[in-house]
Design a protein around this ligand. Structure first.
Ligand code: ZN
Ligand code: ZN
Length: 146
């Protein structure tokens, strides 16, 4: 389902700020901060205030249409989301982020953590880091030259 459809199904308008923010994130391979989104939009001649960027992101995140991911330095950014249980893998070199289906089985881990902590586990946050194929190639080329 398209994000436009998802929005209207949930009773929200495809407003200009939502369309601009979502369009930008859908095109971006790397996570973007609210400030980067704001700057990118101003550079392309769109007059969208910082508060509108935040409001659009807040709603899109609530609906799962955008997700927060974490860079290796701990800073966070937004990427376009995906329906269903999924996670992200982020390249430590270029920060390119790819979505993958969340088919992992954490039941052993969750049982152990519940037993150890007496918590009732309700949810999880999982993100993988690695080196993407392009950056692997660049690194291999550098090694070859030396
Ligand atoms: Zn990379
Ligand atoms: Zn998962």
């Amino acid at each position: 389902m398209s994000w436009q459809k998802e929005l209207s199904n949930k009773g929200y308008r495809v407003s200009e700020p939502r369309r601009l923010v979502m369009g930008l994130l859908a095109e971006s391979a790397q996570p973007m901060t609210p400030l980067e989104i704001y700057q990118e939009l101003s550079q392309s001649g769109q007059n969208l205030g910082m508060a509108s960027v935040y409001r659009a992101l807040e709603l899109l995140a609530e609906l799962g249409l955008v997700c927060v991911v974490y860079n290796p330095d701990g800073s966070s950014g937004y990427v376009a989301g995906s329906v269903g249980h999924h996670h992200h893998i982020l390249c430590k070199k270029c920060h390119r982020t790819i979505t993958f289906a969340g088919s992992e089985d954490l039941s052993d881990l969750i049982r152990r953590v519940e037993a150890e902590t007496k918590f009732r586990v309700s949810d999880h946050l999982l993100q993988l880091y690695g080196i993407c194929p392009d950056c692997q190639k660049i690194l291999a080329d550098i090694l070859e030259e030396n």
